[in-house]
Design a protein around this ligand. Structure first.
Ligand SMILES: Cc1ncc(COP(=O)(O)O)c(C=O)c1O
Length: 445
């Protein structure tokens, strides 16, 4: 391709990989130095929710940078931050927002907010954060602690805090050996057991990805799961924090994926799509109930240099306008169901497509050696990685997820195109995907 990895100064993610060297993005396409065109099938890290190269986003950044790029939140506030958070309150239906620089930070602050809330309520011992295995909340030490990505946390175990993890709602490979629709939500009930064992008086919150991102490739719990989780949280005075960094901000056709379940969280972590992919921004959202004791204390100390700065706030404000004015939630819902139908159609023809799951415009395809036994490929086969490589050669960028099956084996492809994509563009994307998958099945099955 076109990289000379040994001759540059980049700390690479995959050393020695022949990655395309990109120079331009336009619409759903990315272009490399040789003019080769790629469909951005995963919108970057499922984060570039608007088309590439939007002049209005560039103009927003330019205008805000030339007017007021930065203001220190310890001593000032800004009009643009007020505007952005007003719009967010209307769209996300949450009451208070704290802007940060990304998803990891959002989760760091969400969990600290939960602990501060209980401390202000006179219960400082309530400070443990229970989470789920096979989840990802970011790469800081705290986020890796709450995160249950067995593979990603392995190298750091001595540094991590262990507050308790429960089984994921992974119906395709149920950890309780149950069949989807014929269970008693054992995976949700596990939260009650964990709270009791740790002592409810020590547990501040439960954090989970509402719909799984890369660690389980789009696992979407059945209706009833979050209703049960909410009941347990309420019973034991445990706050519910939803990590909507990847699945939130319109990705599933609603501003928060938890809205599909009719459940209200206490705190939500947001990032990625809330800035259209044009600036590193995240946010912590909470209800007034959570904000109230902190407001009374007069002080909320966590935060970093860029928290709530005008430049990122302007990008969020503009993204909220675009989502509303261009009816992007409707587009995600409509084109997302079309994509789902097409993927299920492909599944009938391809022996490796074990499970297709997700919602809106986030889809995971878990691969198997045999659909009946659901046996996963060993990591060494690199099935999903080979699909991604074949897609890349044919002009499509998608992501791969590994270690799905208890962190040991199993892999999936992962797609999440931008919110503006059309059905015709989905056809173009899936046409390349099917060709690449056919080639991979011939190579590896
Ligand atoms: C669900 C989830 N939470 C948190 C993060 C971390 O976000 P960031 O990479 O912006 O720090 C990610 C990133 O992929 C994510 O998918």
């Amino acid at each position: 391709m076109n990289t000379q990895l040994d001759n540059d100064h980049i700390m690479h993610y995959v050393w020695g990989a022949d990655f395309p060297k990109l120079v331009k993005g336009e619409g759903i396409y990315l272009y490399d130095v040789n003019g080769k065109k790629y469909i951005d099938g995963s919108s970057g890290a499922v984060s570039c929710s608007l088309r590439h190269g939007r002049k209005d986003m560039a103009e927003t950044l330019y205008q805000q940078a030339s007017t007021l790029a930065y203001a220190l939140r310890h001593t000032t506030t800004s009009k643009v931050l007020e505007e952005a958070t007003d719009k967010m309150a209307q769209m996300y239906q949450m009451d208070r927002f704290f802007l940060v620089s990304g998803g990891t930070e959002a989760n760091e602050i969400s969990t600290k907010l939960a602990r501060i809330y209980w401390a202000q309520k006179g219960r400082p011992m309530k400070n443990k954060i229970i989470s789920r295995w096979q989840s990802y909340h970011g790469f800081s030490t705290d986020a890796l602690s709450w995160g249950g990505s067995i593979a990603r946390r392995r190298e750091f175990i001595p540094q991590l805090q262990e507050d308790g993890h429960i089984a994921p709602p992974y119906c395709y490979r149920c950890w309780f050996g149950k069949e989807c629709g014929k269970c008693n939500f054992e995976c949700a009930n596990a939260l009650e057991t964990e709270i009791k064992c740790r002592g409810a008086e020590t547990v501040a919150a439960f954090i989970c990805e509402t719909i799984s991102g890369t660690t389980l490739a789009g696992v979407t719990p059945p209706d009833g799961y979050y209703q049960r989780i909410r009941e347990i949280c309420d019973k034991y005075d445990v706050l519910l924090i939803v990590d909507e960094v990847l699945c939130g901000s319109g990705r599933t056709g609603k501003m928060m994926a938890i809205d599909h379940y009719g459940v209200k969280p206490d705190i939500a972590s947001l990032a990625k799509s809330m800035s259209g992919g044009y600036f590193p921004v995240g946010a912590v959202a909470c209800t007034e109930k959570i904000a109230e004791p902190i407001r009374r204390s007069g002080h909320f100390s966590p935060g970093y240099t860029w928290a709530g700065a005008p430049l990122p706030a302007s990008v969020v404000s503009k993204t909220m306008d675009i989502i509303k004015e261009e009816h992007l939630l409707e587009n995600v819902t409509e084109v997302g169901s079309y994509m789902e139908e097409q993927l299920h159609d492909l599944q009938t023809r391809h022996p490796s497509m074990g499970d297709v799951r997700g919602k809106g415009l986030m889809w995971g395809i878990e691969y198997v050696k045999d659909k009946k036994t659901r046996e996963s490929f060993d990591q060494s086969v690199k099935f999903a990685a080979t699909v991604a490589k074949n897609c890349l050669d044919m002009g499509l960028l998608i992501c791969s997820c590994g270690n799905l099956d208890m962190g040991e084996k199993g892999d999936a492809s992962w797609m999440g195109p931008c919110f503006e994509i059309t059905k015709t563009e989905i056809d173009e994307l899936l046409d390349i995907y099917e060709k690449a998958l056919t080639k991979t099945e011939k190579q590896l099955m």
